[in-house]
Design a protein around this ligand. Structure first.
Ligand code: GLY
Length: 373
């Protein structure tokens, strides 16, 4: 069985090498100069680099990783006081930062912050439609933004539900579980198509919350299949199964995973959208690849699904061969070739979620099963 100890060491060394360059910032996106631009407060990606620091701490026990991660705490404390920042992405922000801290060190303050974030995420739940609203409808958001958000559910939320399931496990408060479970059921019903492809978003009537139609925001077209959206479903559904043990979620995870695996490039990388017209420019998304790879590795850790390990390995090998930056001493991130928002012209970047899930995939393929989700 191949293992990735040496790649894991390279990743840890690369993160260490970039301590000073990154300082107290939270990487948002990096260009082909391989330098990061940093996040504004509350932006959904602000937790991923912190998640890498906690993974590095878990491996090495080196206090410097822990201290670097905790230096961001004022940022996460502040976020919980700003109503328009309390959105569907709180799971990304708080699982990899505060739940991670609590799980690894027993820090009670981190536990409290994570539970407050879980309450805010639960507060986005729409009772009639049984889904978690994308973005809060606050006075500060403009009318256009509210029009976009109202009655909309995003595929990204599959991944954020872990915060609610964790909060239930931690407190025994049933509503955390019930909201996460109901959203997951609604999302499987409306976001996953019969052939295992997915919609990026689904719109409900804002007044009645009756289901209306699927739509893309970051993919090629409403009826195409944006690969990062698919990857949130692959990883998220496997996680939801781990918490609920409901076979319907495992079946859904298998369905979206099998579609993704059958539609990779020859290099075992995700194209940015799986359903492009013939002859379209080939643009890779290393972030979708890393998220899918970590999800497939997680699936392979479930009894009876071990055969998925070879697929996860093939994807990790593809990333290592074609996108890995750990051998480039000038690069601040781990992966090249992330596609943030192709239809807006952002086709090739370093993306912190690509980096985090690359590290997670390596850890999973090295046998680790304890993560912060
Ligand atoms: N959550 C937005 C994205 O994946 O780009």
């Amino acid at each position: 069985m191949s293992n990735y100890r040496s790649l894991q060491n390279d990743v840890v060394s690369h993160i260490r090498r970039n301590f000073d360059a990154i300082g107290n910032g939270n990487p948002k996106i990096g260009g082909v100069d391989f330098k990061w631009k940093m996040c504004e407060p509350g932006y959904w990606v602000a937790g991923f680099y912190v998640g890498e620091l906690w993974l590095a701490y878990q491996i090495t026990g080196d206090e410097r990783f822990k201290n670097q991660a905790r230096q961001r705490n004022p940022f996460f404390q502040h976020l919980l006081h700003v109503p328009e920042l309390l959105n569907h992405d709180l799971g990304f922000l708080f699982s990899l930062t505060q739940v991670a801290d609590y799980k690894l060190t027993g820090n009670r303050e981190a536990r409290e912050l994570a539970l407050r974030a879980a309450e805010a995420l639960r507060g986005q739940y729409q009772q009639m439609g049984e889904f978690i609203q994308a973005w809060p409808l606050t006075k500060i958001n403009t009318e256009n933004r509210n029009e976009l958000a109202a009655g909309r559910m995003l595929i990204d939320s599959f991944e954020n539900l872990a915060l609610l399931f964790w909060a239930h496990q931690e407190t025994g408060i049933q509503s955390f579980y019930d909201v996460a479970y109901a959203h997951a059921r609604t999302a499987v019903k409306h976001l996953i198509r019969e052939d295992g492809t997915t919609f990026h978003t689904f719109k409900f009537d804002p007044a009645t919350q009756e289901p209306m139609y699927g739509q893309t925001l970051q993919g090629y077209a409403d009826n195409s299949c944006w690969s990062r959206g698919q990857s949130w479903a692959v990883h998220g559904l496997t996680q939801i199964y781990a918490y609920t043990k409901d076979k319907a979620f495992l079946d859904a995870a298998k369905k979206v995973t099998d579609f993704a695996l059958a539609n990779l490039t020859a290099e075992n990388i995700c194209p940015w959208d799986y359903k492009l017209p013939k002859g379209s420019e080939v643009i890779w998304d290393s972030s979708a690849t890393a998220i899918t790879c970590a999800g497939v590795a997680a699936l392979s850790q479930i009894e009876g699904y071990e055969q998925y390990r070879t697929k996860a390995q093939a994807m990790l090998d593809g990333l290592q061969e074609h996108c890995d930056l750990t051998g480039n001493a000038d690069a601040e991130g781990l992966l090249d070739h992330g596609a943030y928002f192709v239809t807006r012209g952002d086709k090739r970047a370093m993306l912190p979620y690509g980096d985090y899930y690359y590290f997670e995939a390596i850890r999973r393929l090295n046998g680790e099963t304890n993560f912060f989700w």
